[in-house]
Structures are given as structure tokens and as C-alpha cells.
Design a protein around this ligand. Structure first.
Ligand SMILES: [Ca+2]
Ligand SMILES: [Ca+2]
Length: 236
């Protein structure tokens, strides 16, 4: 009997060790919504706590850009995350359907309990495809996993094509992730960016995340510039 208990104890520990590293950084999935309820921009924040097990998250915020000005903001408490201030930006405030741009800025502070929080922004109606640039910067006392994706059926928060992911640990961070994505000329398309923030105590995370699709000419000029430098160097 005692041997059996020991075996199961070790088996459970082994199972936890095997499962935890993967489940902690599994690709987060946003809400499943197949149409724009209002505007072309939305913001979603939740701690995914369902204390009464009714299948609905107890602390969940889903905002739509009802005035279609390309600006959304939220400030409030969500469970153990006592301070949450988030701003999502897209066109017409910044960018346009042919100048795709999505920006998510967020500050999140947890109480001593800690926990995890999803913060997502999505924007749609973009009509110019190309190489995307996904950038993140900020500070965290916990862990923050960032994800960006696009979708050629133009659904909000919908994953079709991965534009990159990165995990940031305690400290400051910055960087760009580049991805040359072809959406097969299926217009319009949507962009989604988000983070899963994991805190283990009274901690704070603040970040900026951005997805852009620079003009092909910008890339081309950069290419010619480098070519020019090469020619000059060769001739001198
Ligand atoms: Ca619930
Ligand atoms: Ca607005």
C-alpha cells in the first residue's frame, strides 16, 4: 500500500513536471467571435477565472470601437489584477486600411496572490498585404508571452497566420520580430496582438506591442540603399 502511494506520488510529480513547461507557454487563444460587433477595433482582457464553473469567465472585458475613431481604452480591476489600464489604437486614429497598424499599450498590476491575465487587441478591414513588423517593449516583474497573428477572413481575434511570438522574463525588454506574410490576396484581413501576463506575487507589467505592414517601397529603398553602399565601397 505504502509503495503504491509512493509510486503514484512520484508519477503525479513527473506528470506535473512534464505538463507545466508546455501549458504555461501554450499559444494563447482569444475569444471566439466571427464578426465585428462595432467598428474595426476591439479590446479583450480576462484572467480566465471561472470560480462558479458556469463556463463564463468571472472577470472579462470586451470592448468594441463603437464610435469608429480607432481608439479604445479600459481602466479597472479584474480579479487579483487590481490595476489595469489598456489602450488599443488603429485607423483612423493612426494608419489606414492600406497602412495597416495596430498598437496595444497596457499596464497591469496584481495583488499579492498573483495570477495570469490575457490582454488582447484586434483590428480589421486591412487591404494591403506584405511583410509585417511585430514589435514589443516594456517592463515586467513576472513573465509576459506576446503573440501576433493575422487572419484572411477578417474575423476579430481570429488566428490564421502566426506573425511571431516571444516570451519576456523579469526585467526590461524591447525588440522587433519580422515576418514576411502572404495572405494570398484575400482582403480584407484582420490583425491581432496580445500578451499572457503571469504574476506570482504583487507584481507589475507594462508593455507596448505593435504590428505594422511597412510600404514595400520602404523595404525596396532600404535594399537599394544597401546596394548603393556596396557599390561605393567596391569602387573606393
Ligand atoms: Ca463564472
Ligand atoms: Ca473609440
Amino acid at each position: 500500500m505504502k509503495k503504491g502511494r509512493k509510486f503514484w506520488g512520484l508519477a503525479i510529480i513527473a506528470a506535473i513536471l512534464l505538463v507545466v513547461p508546455f501549458s504555461a507557454y501554450a499559444i494563447p487563444v482569444g475569444p471566439t467571435i466571427s464578426s465585428w460587433q462595432s467598428g474595426n477595433l476591439a479590446l479583450y482582457i480576462t484572467d480566465r477565472v471561472d470560480a462558479n464553473s458556469d463556463g463564463n469567465y468571472d472577470n472579462e472585458v470586451l470592448l468594441w470601437d463603437t464610435d469608429s475613431d480607432g481608439v479604445l481604452s479600459y481602466s479597472g480591476t479584474l480579479g487579483v489584477f487590481t490595476t489595469n489600464v489598456a489602450v488599443a489604437l488603429s485607423y483612423p486614429e493612426i494608419g489606414s486600411p492600406t497602412q495597416p497598424y495596430l498598437h496595444l499599450n497596457s499596464v497591469n498590476v496584481s495583488s499579492s496572490t498573483g495570477g495570469s491575465l490575457w490582454v488582447y487587441a484586434t483590428a480589421g478591414g486591412f487591404t494591403r498585404d506584405g511583410g509585417t513588423v511585430f514589435s514589443v517593449g516594456g517592463l515586467t516583474q513576472g513573465t509576459a508571452q506576446f503573440e501576433a497573428w493575422s487572419c484572411y477572413v477578417n474575423w476579430p481575434f481570429h488566428y490564421c497566420v502566426d506573425l511571431g511570438e516571444t516570451v519576456k522574463y523579469s526585467g526590461s525588454f524591447s525588440g522587433d520580430l519580422y515576418d514576411s506574410v502572404s495572405l494570398w490576396n484575400n482582403y480584407p484581413f484582420s490583425l491581432t496582438v496580445g500578451a499572457e501576463i503571469i504574476h506570482t506575487a504583487n507584481q507589475s507589467t507594462s508593455f507596448d506591442a505593435q504590428i505594422t505592414v511597412p510600404e514595400p517601397m520602404t523595404m525596396l529603398l532600404l535594399g537599394f540603399g544597401l546596394l548603393g553602399i556596396g557599390i561605393v565601397r567596391r569602387n573606393s
